[in-house]
Design a protein around this ligand. Structure first.
Ligand code: PFF
Ligand code: NA
Length: 446
């Protein structure tokens, strides 16, 4: 079976690669609108609790399986299961992960295409001096134009697949080195500017005062799903990156760094966006358009606003680029494991994702009112169920495999955190992460 020799060039490169996978639309687009729809502070509190209790320990579980197996997710699971004297049927978990990333990437690419549109509009100075009504109209007009949206979706997929075809560790490293520091800088500028506006105080109150009456089973399920989504955990995508992890690197330290960076980006973006929401009287529960109707307004008020806005969408695009490269990797590695050439595998995945993505594009025009299940159209379905149900199910199984099936010696070595660190991790996964995920999933499904 195909065992990979590819490695990230350093510990820092590995952390950057995982951060690149984690930081993306989840932080800047999904986090604010989910928080807006799910009651503000209560959602934020639950999401942070889930990041600590589930996201982080399961992220370690997932990466350590990849690192111990050094193959595509399915093959790593099968080989390790055999060595542990368990069933090779564990390979299906890898396939389930591939199904999950397939669904996610199909809409992720479409929404990333929205950033391309905004990047171009910003550079052209389209938003200069515009208020909520004009920006809202621009967004509506764009959504009603499936051809433009398809064009951007195509462009974004091509960008993604070019890097994937070349093998992720080469192209990605340089991109990450440049992008991450700039993104933070810009978010800090944005949040500091937001601090000088009238919306800042109500935004902080909304984000940081949890209202217990806002909590329902649905909100808890959404917060759990978002914790998995934002950390890129539960789809075996990080397992694929773990296969390239260098031998001597402590996993808890690396994963901890990623989680902190990821939450920070979400908080900065949330502060900036909700400051505009409250200053302009926009509805926090506006939905997936929230970021696209608020951010142009903040920037419009800054000197050289169009330039800042353009730079922001450029960085967002780079962030979603590195995430979608990660989303594609387990599918490509999987097909490669079946003997396909990497370029063929990439092309096959690209075409399938492109086609399914068109259904998301049309969900804003022709197929808007076509409800697939539970009153959701195609876009609403693929942007919720895979994240809120598939990722936690995948995460749960990954956790069971790492904490109960993998032999102790093997897991100890792959975690690389010493015997005490190992015992703490194993205890948390066995007695907190697994039961909690199962409980929330079950109450959500009933
Ligand atoms: N973590 C990414 C984000 O926050 O945008 C999305 C993501 C990437 C989800 C990879 C799942 C995944 F496997
Ligand atoms: Na994220």
């Amino acid at each position: 079976m195909y065992e990979t020799r590819e490695r990230w060039s350093s510990r820092r490169a590995f952390i950057l690669a995982v951060t690149g996978a984690a930081v993306g639309l989840g932080n800047i687009w999904r986090f604010p609108y989910m928080t807006g729809e799910n009651g503000g502070g209560a959602f934020l509190l639950l999401y942070i609790a889930f990041v600590l209790l589930l996201g982080l320990p399961v992220m370690m579980a997932e990466i350590m399986i990849g690192r111990a197996g050094r193959r595509s997710p399915s093959q790593s699971l099968a080989v390790l299961a055999r060595q542990a004297g368990s069933s090779e049927q564990w390979r299906w978990l890898g396939l389930f992960g591939a199904l999950t990333v397939f669904c996610i990437l199909s809409f992720y690419s479409v929404v990333s295409g929205w950033s391309i549109e905004y990047l171009i509009a910003a550079i052209n100075g389209n938003f200069a001096g515009q208020g909520p009504a004009e920006v809202g109209a621009f967004f509506e007009g764009f959504l009603a134009d499936p051809l433009r949206m398809t064009f951007n979706h195509t462009l974004f997929l091509l960008m993604t697949m070019t890097v994937v075809a070349a093998g992720v560790s080469k192209g990605l490293e340089r991109l990450n080195n440049l992008m991450m520091p700039l993104l933070y800088l810009l978010l800090v500028v944005l949040a500091s500017y937001a601090a000088t506006t009238d919306g800042f105080a109500p935004a902080l109150r909304w984000l940081f005062t949890p209202d217990p009456s806002a909590i329902s089973v649905g909100v808890v399920l959404n917060a759990m799903g978002h914790a998995f989504f934002t950390l890129a955990v539960g789809a075996c995508a990080l397992m694929a990156y773990g296969a390239y992890m260098p031998d001597h690197q402590s996993l808890p330290r690396a994963a901890g760094a990623v989680a902190v960076l990821d939450v920070l980006v979400a908080l900065l973006a949330g502060i900036a966006i909700f400051s505009v929401v409250f200053a302009q009287g926009i509805d926090p529960a506006e939905g997936p358009g929230l970021m696209f109707v608020t951010l142009p307004i903040v920037f419009a008020e800054l000197p050289w606003g169009s330039l800042w806005l353009g730079l922001f969408f450029l960085l967002l695009l780079l962030a979603t680029w590195t995430s979608s490269i990660n989303l594609a990797e387990p599918m490509v590695a999987g097909l490669q494991g079946l003997g396909l050439r990497r370029s063929r595998a990439t092309a096959l995945i690209a075409v399938s994702i492109w086609l399914v993505g068109i259904l998301s594009v049309l969900s804003f025009s022709h197929l808007e009112a076509v409800h697939i299940v539970a009153g959701m159209n195609f876009f609403e379905l693929v942007s919720s169920v895979p994240s809120e149900i598939f990722l936690p199910i995948g995460g749960l199984l990954i956790a069971v495999f790492a904490a109960w099936v993998m032999p102790r010696e093997m897991a100890l070595r792959a975690l690389d955190a010493g015997p005490v660190g190992f015992r703490v991790w194993q205890g948390v996964v066995r007695w907190v992460s697994i039961p909690l995920t199962a409980l929330v999933l079950m109450s959500g499904l009933i």
